[in-house]
Design a protein around this ligand. Structure first.
Ligand code: BTN
Length: 243
């Protein structure tokens, strides 16, 4: 079933939803919209899908591509982590050995299943999610680095059902976050994150230091072991990506 805005909106309690066949990027469409957050933009394909750090996000038919726009809130640094965690909780029952990689990617069998990017536009925060769902294979450099739910589970998934469950999970997490702060999620996120190796880079005394994330505290303090074996703590917002 293709995604339908009216049905999705109804299932999400009247959230403003727009669904498109093909767009350049749901981030661009969402940014140009002049409605009050929260709202959701999804598309079946993107001709210029964006990834983090200026990368491209291949967005052929069969994947799930959406942007959820929220009102900015305190402790914004935690939103990428919380978004990936919400995605993990919705998908972990469908895929065995699903791993959350710092700060906001999902991997299975050492291949990337989903990516999240968060952009801030004035008072708005846009959470962009790309999830490989029904693709049967990937070409080029993605052939060895990407995987889809269908390739992992051996079954086709209904994109609209998946969209509704993921977005409703994200909205719930963000509501709880607004009410209770990061502390409320720290032990659950810590447990999921620490199940996998977490290589990170951190800016320390003006140089980039490589290491691994060993622990995450209730205020987002990250315990790092540098590749030289030194232990130190930094606020999670100072961690850079691994790759
Ligand atoms: C990453 O680099 O891992 C993040 C990828 C995020 C891709 C999604 S797809 C929906 C939204 N629109 C975009 O152009 N990018 C995000």
């Amino acid at each position: 079933m293709s995604m339908d805005a009216a049905r999705t909106s109804k299932a999400l309690g009247g959230l403003h939803v727009e669904c498109y066949g093909e767009v350049t990027s749901t981030q661009d469409v969402a940014r140009a919209m002049r409605v009050q957050p929260p709202y959701l933009v999804c598309a079946s394909e993107q001709s210029a899908g964006k990834g983090r750090l200026g990368r491209r996000w291949r967005s052929d038919k069969g994947g799930l591509y959406f942007t959820l726009v929220l009102q900015r809130q305190k402790q914004d640094w935690a939103v990428p982590l919380l978004s990936a965690y919400a995605l993990w909780t919705q998908l972990s029952s469908k895929v065995s050995s699903l791993e959350m990689k710092w700060p906001n990617d999902l991997y299975a069998e050492e291949k990337k299943l989903a990516g999240v990017m968060v952009e801030g536009w004035d008072a708005r925060l846009a959470i962009g999610v790309g999830l490989n769902v029904n693709q049967l294979s990937f070409e080029g450099d993605l052939a060895s680095s990407a995987v889809s739910l269908r390739m992992l589970a051996g079954a086709e998934f209904d994109l609209e059902v998946l969209l509704i469950s993921i977005v409703s999970g994200m909205l719930k997490v963000m509501d709880e976050f607004a009410e209770h702060g990061f502390r409320f999620f720290q032990s659950s996120i810590r447990r999921v994150l620490l199940e996998a190796d977490q290589p990170v880079k951190v800016l320390r005394a003006n140089r980039i230091c490589e290491g691994s994330l060993l622990d995450l505290g209730p205020s987002g303090e990250a315990l790092i072991q540098s590749s030289e074996g030194e232990l130190f703590t930094v606020p999670a917002q100072h961690l850079l990506e691994a790759g």
